[in-house]
Design a protein around this ligand. Structure first.
Ligand code: NAD
Length: 362
């Protein structure tokens, strides 16, 4: 196998400390299979503003494009909050996703057995198992249509133009069906086709694409019902695919089922295999540099990288299993359990890396 090149964007706040642990775990997994791995570090967010005067330097885009995958910590912090919006760290995030042509955002919502009590849902609801992959379209919908204000009948009135083309829906639908083939072969497509024309285009297109995937079961659900079903019976979902607006809301709802922000991974993918992998939480400036940050969301994002960009599912499985074992042995402060020792960021990363090595060398 040819050497793998990963571009690392540590970002701000806890970014560098959590990314360091994910890099350590990736190295442990690849070493165990004699796979050569190279890490290239580039600047993003506040760290880039301090050095280069912009949240997304051209050199960062070039380094990401020359890599097989991108690992990102988080960006932002009070230091940069008063800058004009075009210069804010978050612009770097949106900019890198668009520069890399990433249009599918993947967020798994699962409950680790050891963390069941952290879920806000009742035990009898989650007992059936929760393993959902929310696939949200990232580049279209009402967020990217025309925004305007007009005086109408004497009142100031806001307009946001909602649109989706068959091209945009077709490519995200294909993504969802391909992902379902690597999972439990079920896709739920969420829209509001009883009211919105955009959603009727969405539904027709997803149905058309589904004909190329006869081995994957498709059902359609209105977004209001989906919001209800996610908390009533989350076990019914495998892959849930939806547009930018509905996905924004439903992916947050689904991730809350797991109950702890320090555990939630994500991936952004485009047409090729290059993807960007990051935890869903922010840069947590309140705990930065104190060894308190939970590195597991970033480590689980690295597992997604192995599965979706690098086609190394065996290594991804090993990391996920190692995280599960770690939760039985110790906890970071954010998910503490009175019966278990509290590990620092570094101790947790070290435990998972050691477990990954042990699992792969068995
Ligand atoms: P946050 O996610 O950084 O923190 C929210 C709370 O969760 C804090 O109490 C924090 O200590 C805790 N927390 C977050 N991650 C944790 C982890 N891994 N381990 C333990 N505890 C953790 O959200 P915020 O406080 O609203 O934002 C802080 C900064 O992060 C802001 O500048 C914001 O703009 C930025 N932000 C960045 C991203 C990103 O880079 N993708 C996402 C959200 C917020």
């Amino acid at each position: 196998m040819r050497p793998i090149k990963i571009c690392v964007l540590e970002g701000d706040g806890i970014g560098p400390e959590i990314v360091r642990q994910a890099v350590r775990v990736l190295k442990a997994a690849c070493d165990a299979r004699q796979i050569a791995l190279y890490f290239n570090y580039a600047l993003l967010g506040g760290a880039a503003i301090d050095v280069a005067g912009t949240p997304l330097p051209d050199a960062t885009v070039a380094q990401c494009k020359a890599s097989d995958a991108v690992l990102l910590g988080a960006v932002g912090g009070e230091k940069w909050d008063s800058l004009p919006s075009a210069l804010r760290p978050e612009k770097g995030l949106l900019g890198i996703r668009s520069a890399l042509g990433l249009y599918a955002n993947l967020r798994p919502a699962t409950i680790f057995p050891a963390l069941q009590s952290a879920s806000p849902l009742k035990e009898e609801i989650i007992r059936a198992g929760v393993d959902i992959l929310v696939v949200r379209e990232l580049t279209g919908d009402v967020y990217f249509g025309e925004h305007a204000r007009k005086q109408e009948n004497g009142y100031e009135t806001g307009y946001d133009h909602m649109q989706y083309s068959t091209f945009e829906v077709g490519r995200i639908a294909r993504n969802a069906f391909e992902l379902a083939r690597k999972r439990n072969r079920r896709v739920t497509s969420v829209d509001k086709a009883n009211v919105l024309e955009t959603s009727r285009v969405w539904r027709e297109t997803v149905t058309r694409v589904s004909q190329d995937y006869p081995d994957v079961a498709l059902n359609h659900m209105y977004v209001d019902n989906a919001a209800m079903q996610l908390v009533r019976n989350p076990a019914q979902f495998d892959v849930l695919v939806t547009g930018n607006l509905f996905g924004d809301i439903l992916s947050d709802e689904a991730s809350m089922i797991s109950g702890s922000i320090g555990m939630l991974a994500s991936a952004s993918l485009g047409d090729g295999t290059l993807g960007l992998y990051e935890p869903i939480h922010g840069s947590a400036p309140d705990i930065a540099g104190k060894g308190l940050a939970n590195p597991l969301a970033t480590i689980l994002s690295a597992a997604m990288m192995l599965r979706y960009s690098l086609d190394l599912p065996e290594l991804a499985d090993a990391i996920e299993k190692a995280v599960e074992s770690a939760l039985d042995v110790a906890r970071t402060a954010d998910i503490r359990d009175p019966a278990l020792p509290v590990y620092s960021t570094d101790e947790m990363g070290g435990f998972v890396a050691g477990k990954v090595k042990e699992l792969l060398e068995k």
